[in-house]
Ligand binder design. Structure first.
Ligand code: CA
Length: 232
């Protein structure tokens, strides 16, 4: 499963270019042309990130952001047309995660999206009515993963892989994607070491809870973190 991005942009040519670049990079993309449409879509769908134009026909991107922030913490990347808007975006009160000034290259935007998603560390809130809480806490400041209350002794790569898993329980990550999360400069030879890191992660986590294998192998596809945990 790929990350889902919502693009809120009323200029069709910009929207098309962004959609094309993101889809070419493997993202699932939905679009909205007004703030109201965006907020409506967010009620019924889950997104991993929003790309939000500041100048929308019915409301400003800042107003949309404010409304989103009442219930969601997902990252928001602003598209701005003027430097006066940038001042507000980077201001603390708006709560945006990053911005791109028009005109921009779609490739640059995709790179920003990837960077933001990579640094998002918090485990998403469980969907309403389902208890999918996982016994794993990612402490980004200390680069530490705490599993059933016990800090795991992990290498930097292992920590980053576990962090990627924890951000999307149940999502299958390919070896390539895991390497991408684990290293700033992934190269093809590192893919072979993913299995070794996974082995270590499993061993460390079994050391805390013997009866649970928290990492699921998907033959020919990759690995995922358990989505539903046996009650302890
Ligand atoms: Ca606009």
């Amino acid at each position: 499963m790929s990350s889902r991005i919502l693009i809120v942009e009323d200029e069709p040519s910009i929207c098309e270019n962004v959609v094309y670049a993101l889809e070419a990079d493997g993202f699932a993309v939905a679009t909205a042309t007004t703030g109201r449409d965006a907020l409506e879509q967010m009620k019924s769908q889950t997104f991993d990130l929003i790309i939000l134009d500041v100048g929308l026909p019915d409301m400003t991107g800042f107003e949309v952001c404010k409304a989103v922030r009442k219930t969601r913490t997902l990252p928001i990347l602003f598209l701005t047309a003027r430097s006066s808007e940038v001042d507000r975006v980077v201001g603390l009160e708006i709560g945006g995660d990053d911005y791109v000034v028009k005109p921009f290259s779609p490739r640059e935007l995709v790179a920003r999206v990837r960077a933001i998603l990579r640094r998002v560390s918090s485990v998403p809130l469980p969907p309403n009515g389902h208890d999918t809480s996982i016994p794993l806490v990612i402490d980004d400041l200390r680069c530490q993963a705490v599993y059933f209350g016990t800090a795991l002794n992990l290498s930097r790569y292992e920590f980053r892989m576990l962090k990627a898993f924890a951000a999307h329980p149940g999502r299958v990550f390919s070896r390539e994607q895991l390497m991408d999360h684990a290293s700033e400069e992934p190269d093809a030879s590192m893919e072979r070491t993913v299995d070794t890191h996974i082995k270590t992660l499993r061993a460390r986590m079994r050391g805390v809870r013997e009866g649970i294998d928290p990492i699921v192998t998907h033959r020919g596809m990759g690995y995922s973190l358990l989505e539903t945990w046996p009650s302890a």
